[in-house]
Design a protein around this ligand. Structure first.
Ligand SMILES: [Fe+2]
Ligand SMILES: [Fe+2]
Length: 284
């Protein structure tokens, strides 16, 4: 167990996604919701312990420097989706969805509701940033609820008690309400904990409309889009755009139980859709 808990406490990356959808299960009362600790198995809890301890402002700046310049070469969306699909670890092939299937379930649910093509495409690419794991990043730097670093932590972030172990907790400048930021400075000026959201946002930023980019960049920022925390750092434009983040979230959380996508039947639609917005190869 010790060695498993080391840098990869989650058996699969998706255990985090599953925990989040349990946390926000439809029909849950406020009280049941606040008791999310009961839904977290020991590996999920250990995962958050690591995430909250290690995501410091310094760490985030370092990772942004490493990845946001997109210097890992050119690949098509399809190559990257295929690469992400190699992330299967110990999953049961009969019941567990592959990464591509999760993406297609999300996008198909969006399509069935009649949303515009860019929205469907955003659903299809939203978790491609998880390839960070295949680059060798630890789970706590790839998934997990995101939160601002460099300012006081909100108690609306899950497991807020784990922030006590973060080195930034001892930097008084980082622990005021605004920290290194200014009142309503806008989220574009705020550093969130690093993970798959920021990476896919950077990859897609020249190709998708702004509404879609907000969905990509902030889909794991639950404290803000579910609990209205950190409003003091958001500007009016963020507030408007978060309506789209909220519109996207149910498709991410609740499309999993649906039927397995019929890959063969829907692939032509997606090939068309991807090439409508993205050139053949893009920077990663
Ligand atoms: Fe995600
Ligand atoms: Fe997702």
């Amino acid at each position: 167990m010790d060695e498993v808990l080391n840098n990869a406490p989650l058996k699969e990356l998706d255990d985090w996604d599953d925990f989040v959808s349990t946390r926000y299960q439809l029909g849950k009362s406020e009280e049941q919701f606040r008791n999310y600790r009961a839904d977290a198995n020991p590996t999920v809890t250990e995962f958050y312990r690591q995430n909250h301890a290690h995501q410091t402002l310094d760490f985030v700046l370092k990772k942004k420097g490493e990845y946001c310049g997109l210097k890992r070469g050119k690949k098509s969306i399809w190559e990257m989706a295929g690469y992400l699909n190699t992330l299967v670890d110990e999953s049961d092939p009969d019941t567990d969805l592959t990464q591509i299937e999760h993406l297609l379930q999300t996008s198909e649910a969006i399509r069935k509701d009649g949303h515009p093509r860019w929205f469907i495409l955003t659903g299809f690419v939203h978790d491609l940033g998880k390839v960070l794991c295949l680059y060798g990043e630890p789970q706590w730097a790839v998934v997990g609820d995101t939160f601002p670093v460099g300012c006081a932590y909100s108690d609306q972030v899950v497991f807020p008690e784990f922030f006590a172990a973060n080195a930034d907790a001892n930097v008084p400048e980082y622990q005021t309400k605004y920290g290194i930021y200014e009142r309503r400075c806008g989220l574009d000026n705020v550093h969130l904990s690093f993970g798959h959201d920021e990476y896919i946002y950077q990859v897609a930023r020249n190709y998708l409309p702004e509404e879609g980019l907000y969905m990509l960049r902030y889909h794991s920022f639950y404290a803000a889009h579910r609990h209205n925390a950190y409003r003091h750092l958001m500007n009016e434009h963020d507030e408007e755009m978060f309506a789209w983040v909220r519109r996207f979230n149910p498709y991410d959380l609740y499309s999993k139980g649906r039927e397995r996508p019929d890959m063969k039947a829907i692939l032509p639609f997606y090939q068309d859709l991807v090439s409508e917005f993205f050139p053949g190869k893009i920077d990663w």
